[in-house]
Design a protein around this ligand. Sequence first.
Ligand code: BG6
Length: 498
Amino acid sequence: MTPRNRPAETGSSAIDLALFGALGDLAQRKLLPALYHLDREGLLDENTRLLGLARHDLDREGFRQRVEASLEDHVKAAELDREVLTRFLQRLDFLSLEFLESEGYGAVREWREPGRERPLVVYLSVGAKIYGDICRHLKASGSLDEQSRVVVEKPIGFDLDSSAEINDAIGDVFPESRVYRIDHYLGKETVQNLIALRFANPLFGTQWNQNHISHVEITVAEKVGIEGRWGYFDEAGQLRDMVQNHLLQLVCLIAMDPPANLDADAIRDEKVKVLKALTPFSDDMLGRDVVRGQYMAGTHDGQAVPGYLEEEGANADSHTETFVAIKTGVANWRWAGVPFYLRTGKRMPEKLSQIIIHFRQQPHYIFDPDQRGLAANKLVIRLQPEEGIALEVLTKDSGLDKGMRLRRGPLHLDFGSAFPKTRIPDAYERLLLEVMKGQQYLFVRRDEVEHAWQWCDSLVAAWADRDEPPRRYPAGSWGPVASIAMITQDGRSWYEDY
Ligand code: BG6
């Protein structure tokens, strides 16, 4: 029997891909370059076709020119192969469509007729508020069949209620087994490697619990500010934009129990258990275990940059957070008493996403008392910029004068240099390939989204009750001082070996 939804390494069979929002930033910057790369790697079936949909008045030729220009901007020159580019552009059609009006949808059905046997993948790279309308119109126009799939982007809603409404509207048209909710962090190479690292290596399998791990740190720092998205971002804030999805997915992959197999639902069942076990927020945690921040003017790479409230389009009274640090935990047998420290922010000194697993010290220490602070192993899992994994171990410092002095050094696996011939694919390449293959293990199930919202909603409600402004931090710094105090109050510090 062929396992359903299992990871596999082959290319995809032919599909028709209808890309709504085809002229938008995500499509042009990420999705179309990812599809081009799949074509270049020989992973797109020769009969796969793509229909770009947008409100703009454009014809097929105009669309192809726009895509060609975007690929020239977003694909490295050395990877832009003219032959592949020509082949890729030939796959593209364009339809100008008012997404909220049913009339035009007949044209989608007509576009499909010649390839009816191919599954239709509908990619909604548009605001979540109109997911339901588009799905409904597609269904009513007869463009869908029982093989059709839909791919949706975050944010799905603004809180639990709004996400349930959107998921209901999608669910009226597509069953859960054909809904692919993207969290692009799940497509990152090192994030998938977490599964291999944890469940393929007995060394970690036996140590991965509260007996051996003292605490876990996750930092997702961004250098960028708001980048022209002030309106969207100000309604969301860093908690909804980054924690509700990306950081909680990382927590799930770190904390979940081993799934019985690699089937999508086996993995997702385990992730849901983690989300259900997250420490709920209480009022007394606010100042102590949760810190909200907002960046002020500062400098970045030696250049002056404006504060959040001075960005273009800003409302100078906004209390929206651009940084959040949270100390939480997973209340179960495996993780009882192990804090998970999370922090993420915009306008930090560098772009850095990493997870640090801090192992406990040996029960009895016999080396120099002044080196006691060194005496524990750390596993550093770097998602970006350079993907890699390092295990910090202690060895004897070399030299006759050193006695039994200890030295901390990494056992290091840098993916870029360890596998130099392998191009590390962008997250969207992996995710698009999995959708085409009909495999859901890297996508977020509805109950995951909803449990994550439930947890975040309780924090948002607590913030609203307090109505305190976020703490300020200068652009180009690691966040408000209070976020450092949050971890030092426990006798620890954020890992700083950047
Ligand atoms: C997106 C957020 O989901 O992730 C953005 O909406 C953020 O605000 C981006 O900048 C970060 O993604 P990455 O892959 O660059 O870490």
